[in-house]
Design a protein around this ligand. Structure first.
Ligand SMILES: [Ca+2]
Ligand SMILES: [Ca+2]
Ligand SMILES: [Ca+2]
Ligand SMILES: [Ca+2]
Length: 528
């Protein structure tokens, strides 16, 4: 572990340098859909010493080198690794916001420019998206979209920008981002869809989605209608607690990483390709799976809720995820294709970790933790009192990884974090369950700014695009804050999402300055 420090430091220094080089060559990160800013261009590298065709099954780009600019050569990415320079940047060849929080470190939020006075452009569909769902014996009506609920944005090769999202009416919807009209038939599953879908980041016309109907699916987008190619049932393994799939599938170089509410974590090699007729194909092959829990964890919990609802993250050659019993796990996936993924980080936070972890340029991992007194036993309570609800972990110090922890408890009440923080200029921006938008210094763990008026139960994850912080609130608004000083956001606008001030739990997608947000009042809306 310690021997990793040297290379890690080099990569960091390198990353800072490259950020500047990339700025010169491809312009600011904040593009308006300029495709030259995508990593597919950045990874086209004439100086790459890897011979063509020897880069493993994950390499799919066979187009000729697009540029001979030597400065770009530094931005090469070895297959199966996620270097520090990818933080805050789009991922893959597909142009868009292809997965929850945009990239494998979950630190990319979309493109601007965001205007000073966004107004509603369209509302989808004509009637609210609702259905009934039974969970752990209780049946209730669910409408619209909630946690996590971030739509995917897919800039198709035909020039159409498509918005794709699963909703509480059990369907995946395919909507023209400009007009808010359906552009493909809906794909209907057997229960509500709570998470966020993934559009294949490597250019294959494939969609990955979980559902509460116990299936994780891969769906082809090159047929006359969306067509299921593969599914995994939660009962394929001997699980624990529940059977939904809320986590957003993480796709890296033909590998798919996904955790389930059955408490398991899976790594599949997808074997993506095309058949003789040119139709996209997959042939997923299980490479690794594990129970996210062990007996020592169960012994500390008041119940057996060790479901994995958070979306995996990846940095360098590691994948991190957590379960609802507060166990945060890091795997070394450098030899994942041979089925090897040793645990390199194993930390117990004591509370439910549903929000996705994020990773910064230095490889530090940040975890959002729910403080739920009614669901915790004395051991969990004691651990949560000690650890905090927003924590920074150093995976290179596995015996004592906690760098700092922020106390976000409200005694006796649910509090802490369901939202995934946005990372920007050394600060974290997040909504808290108790109703504050806070700015946290990543170095010190201090809250340097807060707005305590965003409403109880704020679960939406804020975004930073350009110099604008966007947060959806439980007072039913989208709010914009100027970040001229990243430690002192200035509120510049707010707009009601729906007509009834309904709490917004879902996370927005922001693309070309348009903000797409689902709400539990039943609708998806666009603001520009
Ligand atoms: Ca289920
Ligand atoms: Ca769930
Ligand atoms: Ca949970
Ligand atoms: Ca929980």
């Amino acid at each position: 572990m310690r021997s990793r420090t040297g290379p890690a430091v080099l990569i960091v220094a390198f990353g800072v340098m490259l950020g500047f080089v990339a700025f010169l060559v491809v312009g600011p990160r904040e593009s308006t859909g300029d495709t030259t800013a995508t990593p597919s261009t950045l990874t086209e590298n004439p100086d790459d010493t890897t011979p063509p065709g020897s880069e493993g099954p994950g390499t799919t780009d066979d187009s000729p080198p697009a540029t001979t600019t030597t400065t770009l050569s530094d931005l090469v990415r070895e297959p199966n690794t996620i270097p520090g320079w990818t933080i805050g940047r789009p991922w893959g060849e597909t142009v868009g916001l292809t997965m929850f929080r945009g990239n494998p470190t979950r630190t990319y939020y979309g493109t601007g420019p965001i205007g000073d006075n966004p107004t509603r452009q369209w509302t989808y569909p004509d009637a609210p998206m609702c259905s009934q769902s039974t969970n752990l014996g209780q049946t209730t009506t669910w409408c619209g979209m909630g946690w996590t609920g971030q739509p995917a944005v897919y800039e198709r090769e035909d020039g159409v920008t498509e918005l794709i999202f699963g909703a509480y009416d059990r369907a995946i919807h395919f909507v023209h981002a400009e007009t808010g009209q359906d552009i493909r038939p809906r794909f209907v599953t057997g229960d509500i869809i709570k998470g966020s879908v993934t559009v294949d980041p490597d250019g294959y016309p494939l969609l990955y989605s979980g559902s509460r109907d116990n299936k994780l699916r891969i769906i082809a987008l090159d047929r006359s209608e969306p067509t299921e190619l593969w599914s995994l049932d939660a009962y394929a393994v001997d699980g624990i607690w529940n059977d939904d799939w809320d986590a957003n599938p993480l796709i890296i170089d033909d590998m798919m990483y996904e955790g389930g509410e059955n408490g398991w974590f899976f790594a599949y090699e997808l074997n993506r390709g095309y058949d003789a007729n040119g139709n996209v194909t997959v042939d997923p092959e299980i490479k690794f799976s594990m129970r996210s829990w062990n007996q020592s964890q169960l012994d500390r919990l008041a119940d057996s809720n060790v479901s994995v609802e958070n979306s995996a993250v990846a940095f360098e050659d590691r994948v991190y995820f957590a379960n609802s019993g507060g166990r945060i796990i890091g795997l070394d996936v450098s030899d994942i294709r041979n089925g090897n993924a040793p645990i390199v980080l194993d930390y117990w936070a004591g509370g439910d970790v549903d929000a996705s972890l994020i990773v910064d340029e230095d490889g530090f991992v940040y975890a959002s933790i729910e403080y739920e007194p009614s669901q915790m036993g004395p051991t969990e309570q004691a651990r949560q009192d000690e650890v905090g609800q927003l924590i920074k972990l150093d995976p290179n110090n596995p015996d004592n990884p906690r760098v700092w922890g922020l106390d976000l408890r409200v005694q006796g009440s649910d509090s802490g974090l369901w939202a995934t923080p946005a990372l920007h200029e050394g600060y974290l921006y997040t909504n808290t369950h108790q109703g504050s938008l806070i700015v946290v210094d990543t170095q010190t763990g201090d809250i340097v700014w807060s707005d305590n008026s965003i409403g109880w139960h704020s679960w939406s994850s804020p975004s930073v695009v350009g110099q604008t912080l966007v947060s959806a609130t439980c007072t039913g608004e989208l709010r914009g804050y100027d970040l001229a000083d990243p430690a002192d956001p200035q509120r510049i606008w707010s707009v009601d999402v729906g007509n009834a001030k309904a709490c917004v739990e879902a996370t927005p997608a922001i693309w070309n300055g348009t903000i797409y947000i689902g709400s539990r009042d039943g609708y998806m809306r666009a603001f520009r």
